[in-house]
Design a protein around this ligand. Structure first.
Ligand code: UD1
Ligand code: CA
Length: 481
């Protein structure tokens, strides 16, 4: 077992968040804040990680799900008390202990390693510090003649508050130093809490070392939702930079929103206000236009997703085109070279290579073959009020516009469905099917109709209004009514 143990402090709701959700479970780029801290902790290959929580619940579960043990601090008595409780849960006798705050999520593993290296060189305690422009809310670190002390915001004098070297909230030390010093902390401060920061002056002379951050952004802590947004913006910068350096163009990286696990292959182009969530993967050479949101989906290479489209739990094959304003709901699987156009909604549907539904359709619970043309306004009527039924449209079928396919129904290979049809039974391959009322044409009927009503429509607003309030269907005329 490694001689290093890590304790992560995460008890309490985080009052300043004003939230039902515990602070450390608030999300940053689609993932709980705590997971970033756990990543940093495990990246050091410690023998164990212990999380301090206030009660059995979702935060405890999050720790256990990531292989950490859990210690309970039922009453908030300060970070010093929390660290002492965490240490009591540490198994065996590790040499070194690292204590992290659960609400400081941007720390890089390299930074933590540097601190631990310094610990090797004759120190009891190593603190992480950052020189910031706005230190408000943080503890301030003061160093004098080899002694270090930290003053919390609330306890600081106006002069101390002007000091800009802040305590990041990371503490590396000999485990023996912690177990000796933690029980000796006092709570004689304005908050009546046991401050972990009071360990600094308890180290031997010259034995508390301070490591200053190169990138002060790593210090950002989250106490309220404004800071949550700031930290997310920093994470987004990191993520977007990484993606751009891997060969992806973003027209405006500050307005491009990728969750932490999203992958985008090179030569793709992302327009502003694109939101890629969850485990989304975008293939090479794709273009994603503004206002598109893609959740847990895969887009094949060289595909184009046009403006305002939503894609959820779906797969889009290569060289396909989707949108604008399309909605691919869960379970949509498009093959290669498909086209799903304006205002088309799909759900639980498989679409074969080269098939198209270009305008205004609903395709749900359907299996659609290759090279099928779905005309404008086609609807798969999949729901009878109780159950969902499947529509099967085989290869090469041509479905004319304004067709309703009342499921369960199969349209055989190569068949043609004439526009305006309502299909209620299976159509054999290569057939033409149409269900239409015969067209009735009555020459000159319109003028006679208006004469009968003693009024013709005109550009005059009053007349038009009058007319629209009367039904065009003249129930006195048996031919029309
Ligand atoms: C703390 C530091 C401050 C530092 C800042 C960095 C102390 C006294 N102050 O202040 O010097 O600049 O972090 O972000 O340590 N927690 C518990 N139990 C408790 C109290 C807190 O587990 O009784 C946990 C919280 O869940 C949180 C972390 O400890 O994750 C820090 O607590 P918080 O109240 O946010 O401390 P800050 O005021 O930010
Ligand atoms: Ca904090």
């Amino acid at each position: 077992m490694s001689d290093l143990a890590v304790v992560i402090l995460a008890a309490g709701q985080g009052k300043r968040m004003l939230s039902k959700l515990p602070k450390v479970l608030h999300r940053l780029c689609g993932r709980p804040m705590l997971d970033y801290v756990l990543d940093a902790a495990w990246s050091l290959n410690p023998g164990q990680v212990v999380g301090v929580v206030d009660f059995e619940g979702p935060v405890a579960d999050s720790f256990r799900n990531r292989g950490a043990r859990v210690a309970f601090q039922p009453v908030r008595r300060g970070t010093g008390d929390a660290a002492r409780i965490g240490l009591s849960e540490v198994q065996g006798k590790p040499d070194r202990l690292l204590v992290l705050n659960g609400d400081v999520p941007l720390l890089r593993p390299g930074t933590l390693r540097k601190m631990l290296d310094l610990l090797e060189e004759s120190a009891d305690l190593v603190l992480l510090a950052a020189q910031v422009l706005n230190p408000h809310g943080y503890g301030r670190i003061f160093q004098r003649d080899g002694a270090v002390r930290i003053v919390e915001q609330v306890d600081a004098t106006p002069e101390e508050r002007r000091h800009c070297l802040i305590n990041v909230g990371v503490y590396g030390g000999r485990a023996s130093f912690f177990s000796d010093a933690l029980p000796r902390l006092q709570s004689d401060n304005l908050q009546g809490e046991f401050y972990l920061t009071d360990l600094a002056p308890m180290a031997g002379p010259g034995r508390c070392r301070v490591v200053e951050l190169q990138d002060v952004h790593e210090a950002a802590g989250v106490n309220n939702r404004a800071q949550l947004a700031q930290v997310e913006a920093l994470l987004r910068q990191r993520k977007n930079r990484e993606i751009m350096l891997s060969g992806v163009t973003m027209r405006d990286p500050e307005r491009t929103y990728l969750d932490w696990a999203v992958e985008v292959a090179p030569e793709s182009l992302l327009y502003p206000n694109v939101i890629l969530e969850g485990r989304t993967r975008i293939g090479a050479g794709c273009t994603i236009y503004p206002g598109v949101r893609i959740v847990d989906s895969q887009i094949g290479e060289d595909s184009v997703i046009l403006d305002g489209t939503v894609v959820e739990n779906s797969v889009v094959g290569p060289r396909s085109k989707v949108g604008p304003m399309a909605h691919l709901r869960p379970g949509t699987r498009l093959g290669a070279r498909c086209k799903i156009g304006n205002f088309v909604e799909t759900k639980a549907v498989t679409v074969g290579e080269g098939s198209k539904a270009s305008h205004l359709s609903y395709l749900g619970d359907a299996v659609i073959g290759r090279d099928v043309n779905i005309g404008c306004g086609t609807i798969t009527c999949n729901y009878d009020g109780v159950s969902k039924h499947v529509t099967i449209i085989e290869d090469g079928v041509f479905v004319g516009s304004d067709t309703q396919l009342v499921a369960p129904v199969t349209v055989g290979r190569g068949a043609i469905v004439a526009s305006g049809s309502t299909i209620t039974s299976d159509v054999p391959p290569e057939a033409l099917v149409l269900t239409r009322a015969p067209t009735v044409v009555k020459e000159d009927y319109a003028s006679r109709y208006w004469e009968g009503r003693q009024r013709r429509p005109s550009g005059d607003g009053a007349t038009l209004e009058k007319r629209s309030s009367t039904s065009l269907v003249d129930t006195r005329d048996p031919e029309i009514g």
